[in-house]
Write a protein that binds this ligand. Structure first.
Ligand code: PLP
Length: 390
């Protein structure tokens, strides 16, 4: 039987369409960033459990904006980054003039290796930019304690892990800043979109300004704005550009979709967790890894990782997936080992790939397939039967 299993299905609902139509029928129609964006930011902050959120036009913009904030506020210049993550987690570091220091991954959760982080922290380390990969939690008490002791900032990339938790608290509430993506393929979508979240008022104000050309009037702290107007009397008060920044604004359409999607996020995530467990129980443990650290996880995709480094089996698996129309990506988050990507060549010399053996396995033998709320148990059974047959 030919089966069709896309990476994502039905992530844009009739309710989303209705919310856009209602917006478009508004007599005082405004589509650029306005009250719905503010409202979405407020509701998102409440859902997450942080004080402030800034809605931007992608998760990558959230990454770049976050690294720009660190550049403005701090002097140290090394940032520890994962080898398995999305490309914007690394290029945002480079684009801000920081040196990326790479670590291998933990095979149980695909996130950064705690042991490797601890080895690589030194006097120049400013931050650890930790990605929670494909719905898994990458934090431990001992890592948080270690970073605190060493005065190293934690930044969380939660673009792939909305609703996952550590110690019963949502991921994205532990770091100084956290980033989310609302691209179509993730737990919820605003078509394109992202969020920068923090409990720090100064960072919030900076994020608001950097999102909008670095303009003083984009801060919503009127005292600060007045201070800037007094400080720069020769400038037009509405055009005081404080930082070399960006236009990363989102818009009202994205915001109303986000507000509507947020209403079903918890329910959808519960279904994803159930699906994930069924995948795990049905898959052949001799062929695929199933010993993931699932505590607190909430996976929008299912990581399909061959246990053994077997290129022949890999070929059979890919052929089978294509034949059965099970959509997949090799290399899990971001296509595998970032250290192998051409864009990094000018920044690295003589990488010893043997020091990154866990991410290397994922690079060649790791895949993911979709885990969306509408898959039925029967379909999961069918998919696992196909996967186990190789
Ligand atoms: C870990 C991670 N960070 C950042 C991003 C970038 O998000 P966006 O696609 O919204 O730019 C992604 C995208 O998939 C991601 O997986």
């Amino acid at each position: 039987m030919i089966l069709s299993h896309p990476l994502m299905h039905n992530n844009f609902t009739k309710g989303d369409v209705d919310s856009v139509i209602t917006l478009l029928k508004d007599k005082k129609l405004k589509l650029t960033q306005s009250k719905n964006v503010m409202n979405f930011e407020k509701k998102w902050s409440k859902w997450l459990g942080v004080k402030y959120s800034v809605f931007v036009n992608s998760g990558s913009s959230a990454n770049l904006l976050t690294m720009s904030i660190l550049k403005i506020l701090y002097k140290k210049n090394e940032i520890i980054v994962p080898t398995l993550t999305w490309v914007s987690d690394i290029n945002s570091v480079i684009q801000n003039g920081f040196k990326p220091v790479f670590v291998d991954i933990n095979p149980r959760n695909l996130c950064m290796s705690e042991e490797d982080i601890k080895k690589k922290v030194n006097k120049k380390t400013l931050a650890v930019f930790l990605s929670h990969i494909q719905g898994f939690n990458g934090l431990t008490d001992s890592l948080i304690k270690f970073l605190k002791k060493k005065k190293v900032i934690l930044i969380e990339d939660v673009c792939e892990s909305h609703g996952a938790t550590f110690n019963n608290k949502k991921l994205g509430t532990f770091g100084l800043i956290s980033n989310f993506s609302f691209y179509y393929a993730h737990h919820m979508s605003t078509i394109e979109g992202g969020m920068v979240c923090t409990n720090n008022k100064k960072i919030y104000q900076l994020a608001r300004m950097l999102r909008s050309h670095g303009m003083a009037r984009e801060s919503n702290d009127s005292n600060f704005e007045k201070k800037m107007i007094n400080k720069y009397p020769n400038l037009s008060p509405k055009f005081i550009f404080l930082y070399p920044a960006y236009n990363f604004r989102n818009n009202e359409i994205g915001a109303v979709i986000g507000l509507n999607q947020l209403k079903s996020l918890n329910k959808n995530n519960n279904q994803r967790k159930k699906n994930f467990r069924l995948f795990l129980t049905l898959l052949d443990k001799n062929k695929y890894r199933t010993n993931f650290d699932v505590k607190g996880s909430c996976n929008y995709a299912f990581p399909l990782i061959l246990r053994k480094p077997d290129f022949k089996l890999r070929k059979i698996l890919e052929k089978t997936l294509i034949k059965k129309r099970i959509e997949f990506r090799r290399g899990n988050a971001g296509g595998g080992n970032q250290l192998r990507q051409p864009y990094l060549k000018p920044y690295l010399n003589n990488v010893n790939f043997r020091k990154y053996k866990e991410v290397e396995h994922i690079h060649y033998f790791g895949y993911y397939i979709g885990n969306y709320p509408s898959i039925t148990n029967n379909k999961i059974r069918e998919i696992c039967k196909i996967l186990n047959s190789i």
